[in-house]
Each structure stands twice: as structure tokens, then as C-alpha cells.
Design a protein. Structure first.
Length: 422
């Protein structure tokens, strides 16, 4: 590789990471920090608090179900047609537009808030499928852990910076509701602007197969999806990892999506909730680096298992949480494991993939995370609505981490890598 090629590859990798910087603002501000509290205290202020929590849970279930259906199909189409980058941009545009519409949500508009969030989250989650599927192309085989971790660090940093800006705006402006609504616009603008490096510098990965050049992309996409289901039998370790990921990521996703609305339900202020999540972002940066180094010492799988043990402790602590101090302690612990656990899960999965089917297998990865994400919020919503409290919902997440860890411990990563190369 010439010096010019090396610089070009470095620029491409950096630009790929910048999309994490761009779209993570949606995860930080909209999914985790601002919208759940705004939904509970403003959009659904005409409902009882535990009903608002339940409706937010149901909204999350709906958007994840739609994304779970779309992810593997769109991944198969992308692999066939060579449209990973183009489809990423289409779904990113959907997310950006729907996020901007959240600006118009006012008191009592919980149904519209749910609708706009559903479309925004579909754009966010499906674009992530194509983003993840580019990882084996922008990173060399031996560098996937490092590049995946780097992407998450960019996401933590970018999302944290915008959240800090939005917190300052909400605190300094006299009209708090207007400031909160403006924060949704900042996410839309941030997401759009920082997607530009990917547009300019990341090449469209190749797609298509011999003998398929004249086929309709949608038809070929469904055929390849059916093939992938059948081929999973050949990749036992990959299939086992997907099942484990399906379980433990449900617990992780539920904590991310439901933490602030749970905190609001038990009386913690908006400032304390959002401040704790801002801390989580910046705690996550050094600990993501640490997880990358830890993976080099004890292995990727063992590092993920350590993260799941910490999440189990967080779930127990969440059951007993009473005040803002408790919330901040738990938020700090989440920051220590969230980025590292998810980044290493992505790179571990990517290392066991046949390279000509990255998007559709990452579509399955996305489907696993989305379908898995349905169960946790659904349990959370049903228990909250039937008991009038969400404490038992938090406690129930322990099962996801213990069962997921037990399944993950049985994955033979080296065997999976060899199978992908055959």
C-alpha cells in the first residue's frame, strides 16, 4: 500500500467513525435524555405518570418491531445491489426529518410525539445496519476491534458534546419548553452536518453476485435473505452468538431507553436526569478505550462477559434506587461498560462473517437487537401498567444478562472465524 493509499484509508476510516459522531446525537438526546422526560412531563402530561411510562414503552416496542422487520430485508437488498451507502443516507434522511418534526410537539401531543419518534427511530436504527455492514470494508481483519471501539468513542464524544450544549441551552433560556423543543432541532442539524464526511470519503462497498446482475434488487434481496436463513446452519458459532446477543442486548437496550422515564416517574428532576446521562457519555470515552485494551489481554468474549456482570449489578441497584444520587451512581456504572460491551459485540460478530454477505448478516444482527429490544420495553410497560410501579421491571432485567452471558460463554470465536473463511 502506497503512502497515498494509506492516507486515503485513514481518511475513509475517520469519515466512517464520524457517522457515529453524527447519529449518536439521536441516541443521546432523543432516545436517552431529553425526549423521554419531555414525553412524560409535557407531551403526556394529561396522563397518569405510570401510564405515560407504559405508553413510552409501547412506542419503543412498535418502532423496534418495524425496524426488526426491515433490517434483514434491507441488508439483503444492500448486499445484492451494492447500495449500502445509498440506503444509509436514505434512512438517515428519514431520521433527520422526523427528529426535526419533534420541535412542534407541545402539551398533550403524546400521540404525535410517539409517531414522530417512531419514524425517527426507524431512520436511526435501519441506517445503523448499513453503517455496521461497512465495518469489514473500512477496517482490516485484525483491526476491527480497534476501529469499532473508535467509532463508539466518536459516538460518545459527539453525542456528549451536543447533549452538553442542549443542557446549557435548556438551563440558560427562560422558556424551558422552547429550549427543549429547540434541542430536537439541534439533533437534526448535527446529524445532517456530520454525515457529510461519510458522503464524501467512504466508498460504496461492492455488491451483487455472478448470475444475479439482471435480477430485480427487491426479489434478489428476499432470495438472499432466505439463503442467509439456510446458511446460518453452516455458521453455528455465529448463530449462537446472535442468540446470546438477542438476549443480553435486550437488557442493555431497555436500560438505555427506559432509564430516564423511570427516573422521572420516581420524582428525579429533569436537570439531574439529563446531567447524569451527560456524565455517562464522558465516562464512556476512557472506559471504551479501556475495554479495547482489555480485549487484547483477556479476549473479546471475556471482556463482554465482564460488562454483563456489571449490568447485572446495575439492574439490582435500579430496583432499590430512591433519589438522584443513586441515579448518578448507576449512570456512572453504565458509562463504564456500555460503549465497550456494544463495540466489542459488533466487532466479535463482524470477525465471524463471510465477507460477501456483511450487510444481510448485519441485518440479522440488527434484527436481533431490535426484536430483542421489543421484549424488555414490553415487559417494562406491562409490569408498570399493571402494578403502578416500574421497580419490578428494572429487577427483571437480571434474567436477560445472566441467560445471555451463559449462552455467550459457549461461543467458540476461533471456530467461527475459520468457518467464515471457508
Amino acid at each position: 500500500m502506497t503512502e497515498a493509499d494509506a492516507k486515503g484509508k485513514k481518511r475513509e476510516t475517520l469519515s466512517w467513525c464520524m457517522y457515529d459522531w453524527a447519529y449518536s446525537a439521536f441516541a443521546t438526546v432523543v432516545i436517552s435524555a431529553v425526549l423521554p422526560v419531555y414525553y412524560s412531563q409535557v407531551a403526556a402530561s394529561n396522563l397518569e405518570s405510570h401510564i405515560a411510562t407504559a405508553y413510552w414503552g409501547y412506542t419503543t416496542v412498535i418502532t423496534l418491531f418495524i425496524a426488526a422487520i426491515l433490517s434483514p430485508v434491507m441488508g439483503a437488498i444492500a448486499d445484492y445491489s451494492g447500495m449500502k451507502k445509498r440506503l444509509l443516507l436514505i434512512f438517515a434522511a428519514l431520521g433527520i426529518f422526523a427528529t426535526a418534526l419533534l420541535y412542534f410537539i407541545k402539551t398533550g401531543d403524546w400521540l404525535l410525539a410517539s409517531l414522530f419518534f417512531i419514524f425517527g427511530n426507524i431512520g436511526f436504527t435501519v441506517s445503523e445496519v448499513f453503517y455496521n455492514s461497512m465495518l469489514p470494508y473500512v477496517a482490516k481483519p485484525g483491526e476491527m476491534d480497534r476501529v469499532s471501539i473508535k467509532g463508539y468513542i466518536f459516538g460518545y464524544t459527539g453525542g456528549g458534546i451536543l447533549l452538553a450544549i442542549d443542557i446549557a441551552m435548556i438551563e440558560l433560556m427562560s422558556d424551558k419548553l422552547l429550549a427543549t423543543r429547540l434541542s430536537f432541532l439541534t439533533v437534526s442539524i448535527w446529524w445532517a452536518v456530520f454525515t457529510i464526511p461519510l458522503i464524501l470519503n467512504v466508498k460504496e462497498p461492492p455488491g451483487g453476485r455472478k448470475g444475479q446482475s439482471g435480477a430485480n434488487p427487491l426479489t434478489a434481496g428476499f432470495k438472499r435473505l432466505a439463503e442467509t436463513f439456510r446458511e446460518l446452519k453452516k455458521y453455528r458459532e455465529l448463530a449462537l452468538f446472535l442468540a446470546a446477543f438477542w438476549v443480553y442486548n435486550d437488557g442493555i437496550g431497555t436500560i438505555i431507553k427506559m432509564a430516564t422515564i423511570y427516573g422521572a416517574e420516581i420524582g428525579i428532576s429533569q436537570t439531574a436526569l439529563i446531567g447524569a446521562l451527560l456524565m455517562t457519555q464522558f465516562v464512556g470515552i476512557p472506559f471504551s478505550f479501556a475495554f479495547g485494551r482489555l480485549a487484547g489481554v483477556i479476549g473479546t468474549k471475556n471482556s463482554i462477559l465482564l460488562g454483563l456482570a456489571v449490568y447485572t449489578g446495575i439492574s439490582i441497584g435500579g430496583y432499590f434506587m430512591e433519589n438522584a444520587v443513586h441515579f448518578w451512581i448507576l449512570a456512572f456504572l453504565v458509562g463504564t461498560v456500555q460503549g465497550g460491551t456494544q463495540a466489542l459485540s459488533r466487532s466479535m460478530f463482524g470477525s465471524m462473517l463471510p465477507k460477501d454477505k456483511t450487510a444481510e448478516f448485519f441485518g440479522f444482527y440488527g434484527m436481533s437487537s431490535k426484536f430483542a429490544g421489543i421484549v424488555g420495553p414490553l415487559v417494562f410497560a406491562v409490569v408498570s401498567q399493571t402494578t403502578g410501579s416500574s421497580r419490578l421491571s428494572i429487577f427483571s432485567l437480571i434474567a436477560f444478562f445472566i441467560i445471555g452471558a451463559a449462552m455467550l460463554s459457549r461461543v467458540d470465536v476461533e471456530k467461527g472465524i475459520r468457518a467464515a473463511g471457508e
